[in-house]
Design a protein around this ligand. Structure first.
Ligand code: PLP
Length: 385
């Protein structure tokens, strides 16, 4: 059947869910526990403290919610806004499109700023809107930090600069699903009011946790926000935080231990080292794509994403065929990957697929370009110096 494993390991190179490190898998291999016992609250307390580090915040309040990125979006919107509130939202690819659809269906007044896919959020348009909005009708800016569909990273520091320049009080709501833990993200420094991610992306865990972090201003807004919410109501979480029991409903015990292990791995490597590693891998991938003579979907260097490289294939090749062929012949799920060796393995697989589907690629050309770059730029593993 189609769901049976292929030979050996499946080579998973989609931008999420990603490969799960073995220590995280092992940490989750455990029994259920009574979440009202002292152990689970003690674990949760430490997780809530440590998870702030992935957002680079000290003042934020995190919520670890049994949901996906889509639920984290909904938690963010319904806790901070009221129906009819005006949100400026940037449409630059599939995930921003889906978030905007959710915003519209939740009854907000969405002021959509659209860019061609492959370009970043149009911040000149944001500036013009802020300049005109002296009555402060804009209640929030909703922006996807890294648009997974197109491999575009938006400049959040500039969003903050513009809001400050016009002394505009709009909340900044950020989808960090394919950025947080892998790209430079600074919640406090950039004045982000709500940041969110999902466990199956750079945290390298199974799907199932939406992690949302609220600034003091966002928490304040939640006290008067009138959107209907029950499952996602921060008020319930805060009540249980105060009681020291932490959970308004049953947490996934296994995912909490997985999160502990994932945060330990991040701590061991160092978050900034992880971010630098993604910078190198992203650069190597772009060099391979260039060596193949293919086009990066992202139109300008300022928006290049180090977690996702979206490649435009020539019109005579069906990209769906590439993905299907890679899976059927090479047990390769395409997207791009995690560490250097995996990346080179993936790139050589992509070369074979490209050749098989009729693109005139020289086998080894992209791997050579990426390897040449990586061998010059990869530092020694700190624990082995
Ligand atoms: N936002 C971004 C940027 C994503 O890449 C995704 C999923 O890939 C989502 C949101 C939606 O997350 P989920 O599928 O976990 O609901």
């Amino acid at each position: 059947a189609d769901y049976v494993y292929g030979p050996g390991r499946t080579h998973l190179f989609v931008p999420g869910p990603v490969n799960i490190p073995d220590p995280v898998i092992r940490a989750m291999n455990r029994q259920n526990e009574d979440y009202r016992s002292p152990a689970v609250p003690a674990l949760t307390k430490i997780l809530l403290e440590d998870v702030k580090k992935i957002f680079k915040t000290t003042s934020g309040t995190p919520f670890i919610i049994p949901t996906t990125g889509t639920g984290a979006w909904e938690s963010t919107l319904t806790n901070t806004l009221s129906p009819g509130d005006r949100i400026v939202s940037f449409l630059i690819g599939q995930f921003s499109l889906l978030w905007i659809d959710q915003q519209q269906r939740l009854g907000f007044n969405v002021d959509v700023v659209e860019s061609e896919w492959g370009r970043g959020a149009d911040l000149d348009v944001l500036e013009a809107k802020l300049r005109q909005d002296t009555a402060h009708t804009i209640k929030a800016i909703a922006i996807v930090h890294n648009e997974t569909a197109t491999g575009v990273t938006n400049n959040l520091a500039t969003v903050r600069k513009l809001l400050d320049a016009y002394r505009h009080p709009a909340l900044v709501l950020v989808d960090g699903v394919s950025s947080i833990c892998a790209l430079d993200f600074r919640m406090d420094e950039w004045g982000v009011d709500v940041a969110l991610t999902g466990s199956q992306k750079a945290l390298s865990m199974p799907t199932g946790l939406g992690i949302v972090c609220a600034s003091p201003k966002a928490l304040e807004a939640s006290k008067t926000a009138k959107s209907l919410r029950v499952f996602f109501d921060w008020k319930d979480y805060l009540k249980f935080y105060e009681m020291g029991t932490y959970w308004p409903y049953t947490p996934s015990i296994q995912l909490l231990y997985g999160l502990r292990a994932a945060l330990d791995l991040l701590e061991e490597e160092g978050l900034d080292n992880v971010i630098n590693r993604h910078t190198r891998l992203g650069t190597a991938t772009r060099l391979a794509v260039e060596a193949w003579g293919l086009k990066n979907c992202t139109q300008k260097e300022e928006w290049f994403s180090n977690t996702v490289t979206a490649v435009v294939v020539p019109s005579y090749i069906d990209s769906g065929e590439i993905v299907k062929h890679a899976w059927k012949r090479y047990n390769l799920s395409l997207g791009l990957g995690l560490n250097k060796l995996q990346l080179l393995g993936c790139l050589s697989g992509v070369e074979m697929v490209l050749k098989d589907v009729g693109y005139p690629v020289k086998l080894g050309s992209g791997v050579a370009a990426a390897a040449a770059y990586l061998s010059n730029s990869t530092p020694l593993i700190p624990s082995r110096i």
